[in-house]
Ligand binder design. Structure first.
Ligand code: GTP
Ligand code: MG
Ligand code: ZN
Ligand code: ZN
Length: 231
């Protein structure tokens, strides 16, 4: 549970978390890894997206996953079958990953593998549209998912996630014809609060938009950044 007792305590909590996030980021940078923090409400399609992503790009980028769930290893087991290392973190009663938990995960990764071999660490956060956005874990970019079944008002009602996101994936677009949902309204609502966000509508089921998502990931990786500056 993420409870805030008073503003000063909240500030201390976030300050301590930031120190841990900086520590994690130093590890990632030292190892040449790009880390993406993938967040959404429960069931928006994070694990389904990771499955498709791993299958499509694991031969081009060496991937590890840090899988946050309150209790089970169900998602971790789903992803392990694709042959990438998956470090499972159970958060217990906490409804978000914090930087200390992720530090435990990356230290485990470094203990079991040579971390310098990896290009990309994908962190699947706990399903929750609110506090994961406030707790940095050392990521280089934040990815938010919003499924078409959630309604176009959600960015307005839960703004922090959408203000903080570097990339917004509007998921399950294959279901849009069955719903009264206007993707343009979602995009406009988000762009208004976060003009620099990249918005990609996707369907893990039909594959719509996935190529654009893979290209966005590749742009985030260190190698491509170095390559881009050499052009
Ligand atoms: N129609 C459709 N269903 C999808 C799509 N992506 C995911 N789903 C379904 O949505 C449900 C939830 O997907 P998950 O990938 O488990 O969602 P999640 O965000 O990882 O869920 P938590 O980890 O519990 O927060 C599953 O039944 C998926 O099959 C999609 O693109 N289209
Ligand atoms: Mg999941
Ligand atoms: Zn929380
Ligand atoms: Zn360390």
């Amino acid at each position: 549970m993420h409870q805030t007792f008073d503003a000063a305590l909240e500030l201390n909590l976030l300050h301590a978390n930031q120190e841990g996030a900086d520590h994690n980021r130093e590890h990632f940078d030292q190892w040449g890894i790009t880390c993406l923090n993938i967040m959404s409400s429960p069931g928006a399609g994070k694990t389904a997206l990771l499955e498709k992503t791993i299958i499509a790009i694991k031969d081009q980028l060496k991937i590890a996953v840090i899988e946050g769930d309150m209790t089970t290893e169900l998602d971790a087991e789903r992803l392990r079958q694709y042959g990438v290392p998956v470090i499972a973190i159970n958060t217990g009663r906490s409804c978000h990953l914090d930087s200390k938990m992720v530090a435990g995960g990356i230290h485990r990764l470094a203990h079991e593998y040579n971390p310098e071999e990896f290009d990309l660490v994908l962190v699947e956060n706990v399903g929750n549209l609110v506090c994961p956005a406030e707790f940095e874990v050392g990521e280089h970019a934040k990815v938010a998912l919003l499924s078409v079944t959630e309604g176009e008002d959600k960015p307005l009602k839960y703004p922090v996630m959408f203000q903080e996101a570097d990339c917004l994936l509007i998921t399950k677009t294959d279901l849009a014809p069955y719903l009264e949902i206007d993707l343009e309204t979602i995009k406009a609502n988000v762009k208004q609060m976060n003009p620099h966000v990249t918005i990609i509508p996707i369907s893990a089921k039909t594959g719509e938009g996935l190529e654009a998502w893979f290209n966005w990931i590749k742009l985030q990786t260190k190698k491509d950044r170095v390559f881009a500056t050499n052009l």
